[in-house]
Design a protein around this ligand. Structure first.
Ligand SMILES: N[C@H](CCC[C@H](N)C(=O)O)C(=O)O
Length: 300
């Protein structure tokens, strides 16, 4: 499937020289471009993992400026842009297959994103950067990942965790990103956005922010809904959040040794495997689908 980005619709390609374009429905985005510049279109790719969706750009040529957070925000906008929970750049990195640079939808360069990590691995394989296994670098350090024979299923090793804090009844831990984990009843009807926002903007977390996961046990694992910082809304799944829930629930149940925890998110199923030895959680793997949705062209 091909998608063509809005800029082409807003600019007369026949114009010579610079034209300033303001979109009609405007939220104030301006574009300054010329016919020549319009020839320079860059390919973007859209992927999703359990409904957590991302724009991915192959930036091994360095043409996308890492500091251009306004552009990231615009591309992630669901009305004025492509629409995504986050944007990733695939960059070259010495000693690794590639580097993953992750931004939240609000344009801030975020912490680790688990579903994003799985999606960029699928992308790297799709464009021929890696085979079925990889070692890549992310903001929280090196990660190993493997594509399974099962189509679009990626297993991603996460950073070790050696501390789970408490905030009242809730669990607070960092699985590459900071997470708050709270058990609730009747999660399907729970006001995730309102309650999640209250916690995220409470005195304890306002400055740095936190991702807020609400969890309810199910026959087979847990049902999880997450309010994500940086998106400032509920997303359909959160990989580091699902991981945080699995670790917190193991601590709560007093389980030790090798543990496997299925997690159901609104957008799909994830599986978390890890080893627990007291407060030490190692060999943590986040597993789930990572699927190509479409690609298109953008000008910047
Ligand atoms: N959706 C992501 C989490 C992004 C983290 C971000 N929202 C933050 O902590 O700022 C995931 O699958 O792990």
């Amino acid at each position: 499937m091909q998608a063509c980005f809005f800029l082409l619709n807003n600019v007369k390609v026949a114009n010579i020289g610079h034209v300033k374009v303001k979109d009609g429905i405007s939220n104030g985005y301006d574009y300054l471009c010329s016919a020549n510049e319009l020839m320079e279109l860059h390919t973007f790719y859209k992927y999703q993992g359990a409904g957590n969706d991302f724009v991915i750009i192959d930036n091994r040529n360095g043409l996308f400026e890492r500091e251009n957070t306004g552009l990231v925000r615009r591309l992630c906008d669901r009305r004025f842009g492509i629409g995504a929970d986050g944007l990733m750049l695939l960059q070259g990195a010495e000693g690794y297959d590639f580097e993953m640079v992750y931004y939240n939808a609000d344009g801030n360069e975020g912490s680790m994103c688990g579903n994003g990590g799985r999606c960029i691995v699928a992308f790297a394989q799709d464009i021929g950067v890696i085979g079925s296994e990889t070692d890549f670098l992310a903001v929280d350090g090196p990660h190993h990942a493997r594509m399974h024979d099962r189509v679009g299923w990626v297993s991603l090793q996460m950073a070790k965790v050696d501390h789970i804090g408490r905030d009242g009844d809730a669990y607070v831990l960092d699985t590459g990103s900071p997470h708050y984990v709270k058990m609730v009843d009747d999660l399907a009807k729970y006001p995730v956005v309102a309650e999640g926002r209250d916690i995220r903007y409470s005195d304890s977390y306002r400055d740095k922010g936190i991702n807020v996961n609400f969890v309810e046990p199910e026959e087979d694992g847990y049902f999880v809904r997450t309010y994500e910082r940086g998106v400032e809304d509920e997303t359909l799944a959160c990989g580091t959040g699902a991981t945080a829930v699995a670790l917190a629930m193991a601590a709560r149940a007093g389980k030790e040794g090798p543990i496997e925890t299925p997690i159901r998110a609104a957008g799909g199923r994830l599986n978390i495997r890890f080893n627990r030895d007291g407060n030490r959680f190692t060999e943590i793997f986040l597993e789930g689908p990572a699927v190509f949705v479409f690609r298109g062209e953008i000008a910047w």
